[in-house]
Design a protein around this ligand. Structure first.
Ligand SMILES: O=C(O)CCC(=O)C(=O)O
Ligand SMILES: [Fe+2]
Length: 333
């Protein structure tokens, strides 16, 4: 079926009152708007599906509130909708609630009963989840910061579990290759999460990053998870865009410069695999859940060649890393 036929099929099913089709269409209209009305139509479809008892629709409403993609970011409301979603029997929402509430179930599986949703919601310490740890200054030129215990372990595990099944695909189709890099520039695998992949755990990580980087949420690119087996690496590169390259300049007009990068170490059971900065002869790594935040530009906002960096290969074990590139936002037209 072509993409257009698929869309027509979805529209027909949605207008006949099929809740799953209404949810799928609603998400799609919001993620890839085709007209000025798409986002409003998408929200209406999600609301109708949710009122009819569709838990997936309620989860996406939670995502809208937690991301601030439409209107203000509102974590309390996001959690209320996540709780509604879970109580409607949508199991991904129940698992996220358990993680956010730090309440793993006794039998070892997170979130197993929709009737637990409200109690889990009430246990969530929103302020605590949004509180960020002390920063350590590792270097001033370029500016490199470190945050120990940036992410609780259960969040690290959630991201690894989310990424693992998608990594294989990313390799086959190689759809996440960074533009402008030779094929041997990175031998590791990665997966990129788009708007339809967002959940409240991922959005909480992005929100925490926006706090340490002191930038708004809309500057976050699609988050990525990187995976390195022994010997795999991400060779020295810059994360900033080069305005002298036409493709980069066009991209910068839309989304701005890549001001900073945040790398969260999701595991620690490996040797080697530091993040290395060859221009300053330094390499750093974090314990599980620790984050490195570095500026890719100098104090004048210009690309800083001293930010050249690499993901060194593990000599034992495998490395899992959450990687967040941060833009400056579109230039005023
Ligand atoms: O694996 C690393 O330490 C480096 C990753 C990196 O450079 C990136 O994600 O841009
Ligand atoms: Fe990088």
């Amino acid at each position: 079926m072509s993409a257009n036929e698929e869309l027509e099929r979805l529209k027909a099913a949605a207008s006949s009152g099929d809740h799953e089709a209404m949810t799928a269409l609603g998400k799609r209209l919001i993620a890839t708007p085709t007209s000025a009305k798409s986002v409003d139509e998408g929200q209406l479809l999600l609301k109708q599906a949710m009122d009819a008892g569709n838990g997936e629709a309620a989860e996406f409403v939670a995502v809208i509130f937690a991301s601030g993609m439409i209107g203000e970011q509102n974590w309390r409301q996001a959690l209320d909708y996540l709780s509604l979603s879970a109580s409607l029997g949508w199991s991904p929402a129940l698992r996220q609630l358990s993680i956010l509430a730090d309440a793993p179930f006794e039998n070892g599986t997170w979130g197993s009963d929709p009737s637990d949703a409200k109690a889990l919601r009430d246990r969530i310490d929103v302020e605590g989840l949004l509180r960020i740890p002390e920063k350590q200054n590792l270097c001033e030129a370029p500016r490199i910061r470190k945050f120990d215990d940036f992410l609780p372990e259960r969040f690290c595990d959630w991201m690894i579990d989310l990424a693992r099944p998608k990594l294989a695909r990313a390799r086959t189709y190689d759809d996440t290759a960074v533009e402008g890099k030779e094929s041997d520039a990175r031998t590791n695998s990665s997966v990129s999460f788009n708007l339809l992949d967002l959940d409240l755990i991922l959005l909480l990580i992005q929100t925490r990053i926006s706090k340490i980087a002191m930038v708004p949420m809309f500057t976050m690119e699609n988050s990525m998870v990187m995976h390195y087996n022994v010997g795999e690496q991400f060779r020295p590169h810059y994360d900033y865009l080069d305005p002298s390259k036409a493709a980069h300049a066009a991209d910068m007009r839309k989304f701005g410069q890549r001001l900073a990068t945040c790398l969260i170490y999701l595991n620690e059971d490996f040797e080697g695999a530091e993040t290395s900065f060859p221009e300053i002869n330094q390499k750093f790594r974090c314990d599980r859940g620790g984050a490195l935040l570095f500026a890719n530009v100098d104090l004048e906002g210009q690309p800083d060649p001293q930010t050249l960096h690499a993901g060194l290969p593990p000599t034992r074990g495998e490395k899992w890393l959450f990687s967040q590139w941060i833009r400056s936002g579109p230039l005023p037209q």
